[in-house]
Design a protein. Structure first.
Length: 296
């Protein structure tokens, strides 16, 4: 037997072993089963369906907004002689669905991030118009209506400060595109609800400021709507202090709403009245085309 033949015989077992090893690498492997708890699967399915539906309708609304007027007329969605955008109905529908999805996914257990004092940043005044004259402060009162007692209750700042005051450093996000991290102190809205219960069927709060001014300095009462589930969130405060000091007029003295899971336009300054209602109340910016929910 030659050395060449002997070498071939020695290599044969190695070649055979390699062939078996790499043959397995390219063969199909059985699919490994993945078990998911039924409750988790149902939650995922509901959440994904809501998000997909909102995204689909929003995409349809935005895409439809680019269609020419003739197409809307053929679809029967544009009125002859009508002025303004024919797609307003569709855009409003998409906006409302986005609100409904946000509300459906809301949970009091979902907390916004909190920060340290070293991360605090400057906070803009950002009054919609002119900053009010501080002359209103000495006579200021917060009036509560829609209570289970059937009475209208006026409260001064001392009555509010009698509640447990809590500190919270969170980010305030403005619809204009800026944000700021600020240190707030105040009582939880939930504590006020506990101390002065609303009527049993109440689901909403109408929060008003009678001292708000327009850009010309004329009275322009400001008002926002907030659902009571959001009002009872542990991070929703009726703020009395900013950065360890009583609120200034520029930032809503003596009481403002701090709801960090909402855009800044919901964080109403200088609150003078809170009314609890069964039906969704009007909202200043929603009447001007913005979202009702304004979640972030």
């Amino acid at each position: 037997m030659s050395l060449k033949q002997n070498g071939a015989e020695l290599k044969s077992p190695i070649r055979s072993a390699l062939r078996k090893k790499f043959a397995g690498a390219f063969s199909e492997r059985p699919i490994e089963p993945i078990e998911v708890e039924p409750s988790i699967l149902r939650r995922w399915t509901r959440r994904d369906l809501l998000l997909f539906g909102a995204g689909a309708l929003a995409t349809f609304a935005v895409g439809g907004s680019q269609l020419p007027r003739e197409v809307w007329q053929r679809l029967g969605l544009a009125q002859s002689g009508a002025t303004g955008p024919e797609n307003k109905w569709l855009l409003n529908k998409a906006l409302r669905l986005d609100d409904d999805v946000s509300a459906a996914l809301y949970s009091k257990h979902h907390l916004v991030p909190t920060y340290s004092k070293s991360q605090i940043t400057p906070l803009k005044n950002n009054y919609n118009g002119a900053t009010p004259d501080p002359a209103y402060i000495p006579a200021w009162r917060l009036t509560l209506e829609g209570l289970s007692s059937g009475l209208a209750v006026p409260l001064d700042i001392r009555a509010l400060l009698a509640h447990q005051i809590r500190d919270q450093i969170t980010r305030l996000v403005c619809v204009e595109g800026w944000s700021a991290i600020a240190w707030w102190s105040g009582l939880r809205f939930a504590d006020l609800l506990h101390a002065y219960p609303p009527v049993s069927h109440a689901k909403w709060a109408l929060i008003e400021s009678s001292v708000n001014l327009d850009a010309n300095g004329n009275p322009d009462p400001y008002f926002v709507s907030i659902d009571l589930l959001t009002a009872q969130h542990p991070q929703t405060l009726l703020a009395t202090h900013l950065n360890g000091k009583p609120l200034t007029v520029e930032h809503g003295a003596p009481l403002r709403l701090l709801v960090p899971m909402k855009l800044g336009l919901k964080n109403i300054k200088a609150i003078t009245r809170i009314t609890y209602t069964k039906d969704e109340p009007p909202d200043y910016w929603a009447k001007r085309g913005y979202s009702h929910y304004d979640g972030i």
